[in-house]
Design a protein around this ligand. Structure first.
Ligand code: NDP
Length: 332
């Protein structure tokens, strides 16, 4: 299959508001590297990180191709590629997935045919699913009986964390902003849900844990919830601060860790799936959990690949109004 000389790709040429998103229709792919594959993208996931690149919170060199994950068909392989064939369905994580075609290193892709997962489902779950699963296995390996806290428990990563932590035997406490989100988090396994817009989170966590606090705190909210993490942590607990939905966490004093011998991590999923072996291992575990019915996929909405819809998707994910995952249908 040949790739057109020019195709559509979501880019930023400058950082700022939603108006900085540009659907450039003159994009092309560079020469195919020996270990690279060209993919025609069918679906791409929307992630909070796209908004950090656009706003400038995470600095990147410009112009920058947006979108961090997707799924589609391999259209060409480099001379040394061994893991994929043209025509094969793959899911991948790599910058530039919000594009009709993209070129990625083969180590960032997984085959979908063996796993029996559709491109639609894979683009919906790959990055958020791997984030939740690797954090539960490595950032704080959850043990049966652990009392843990998950912020934004009805969000993309949050709803997956809730389901998988429950599966691992944890007692899961979630925080959410609305009663509808509370219901969704409960329906997906949260044992306790705190409506932080009405309840005092510290008081409720200490009440639920009999004053002990939580052994792990999975926090993608960032700035607004960071101080609270120290107040609700159990002795020897772990704080996993992994995002900035409310803004970046400001510098803090390391001495804050001392009173309870706390551990603090600021992980990125990318470091847990940096090699093809790690990506294959964790994604096959994730796909198995879906096949077994342990993990249910929740889609907030499917957006079209036009500039208004793409701007709307970024506005929606930052609005606190979404639950589960936002996906873009890029091409048929
Ligand atoms: P979500 O679907 O969880 O959306 C963010 C949620 O955060 C909102 O729905 C909202 O839930 C809550 N929130 C609290 N305060 C704010 C605020 N001021 N503005 C907006 N939202 C707020 O997004 P994702 O699942 O895509 O991402 C969740 C977090 O995980 C992000 O911070 C993201 O950057 C991070 N992440 C980190 C990764 C890593 O490797 N470190 C990988 C993937 C994601 P509620 O209304 O219930 O409060």
């Amino acid at each position: 299959m040949s790739i057109p000389n020019a195709f559509k790709q979501l880019k930023i040429f400058a950082t700022g508001g939603l108006d900085k998103l540009v659907l450039d229709s003159s994009s092309s792919l560079g020469e195919l590297g020996p270990r690279s594959i060209n993919v025609q993208v069918s679906y791409a996931g929307i992630n909070f990180i796209d908004t950090y690149f656009r706003s400038g919170l995470y600095p990147v060199s410009l112009p920058f191709n947006l979108g961090q994950e997707g799924a589609g068909k391999v259209v060409a392989i480099g001379s040394q590629v061994t893991r994929f064939k043209p025509g094969q369905s793959v899911a991948f994580y790599s910058s530039g997935s919000l594009s009709e075609y993209t070129q990625i290193d083969e180590s960032k892709a997984v085959a979908l045919d063996k796993a029996n997962v559709s491109e639609f489902d894979a683009a919906t779950v790959l990055l958020q699913g791997l984030t939740a699963w690797t954090f539960l296995r490595e950032a704080h390996p959850v043990q049966k009986g652990d009392k843990i806290l998950v912020h934004a428990a009805a969000g993309g990563v949050g709803l997956i964390l809730v389901q998988l932590a429950k599966y691992l035997g944890a007692t899961v406490i979630g925080t959410v902003s609305t009663p509808e989100k509370a219901q969704l988090a409960k329906g997906n396994g949260a044992d306790h849900v705190i409506l932080y817009t009405k309840e005092d989170v510290k008081e409720r966590v200490l009440e639920i844990t009999n004053g002990e606090g939580v052994i792990a705190n999975f926090d993608g909210v960032g700035k607004d919830t960071f101080d609270l993490a120290f107040q609700v942590a159990a002795r020897r607990g772990t704080i996993i601060s992994f995002g900035n939905a409310s803004g970046a966490v400001p510098p803090f004093s390391i001495l804050q860790l001392t009173p309870k011998n706390l551990k603090l991590l600021r992980p990125t999923v990318m470091n847990y799936i940096a090699t093809a072996e790690e990506l294959d291992k964790y994604s096959s575990e994730l796909f198995d959990l879906i096949a077994k019915g342990v993990l249910k996929i929740h889609r907030h909405g499917v957006y079209n690949f036009d500039i208004d819809s793409l701007r709307q998707a970024q506005a929606d994910i930052t609005s606190r109004g979404t639950t589960g995952k936002l996906v873009v249908k890029v091409s048929d």
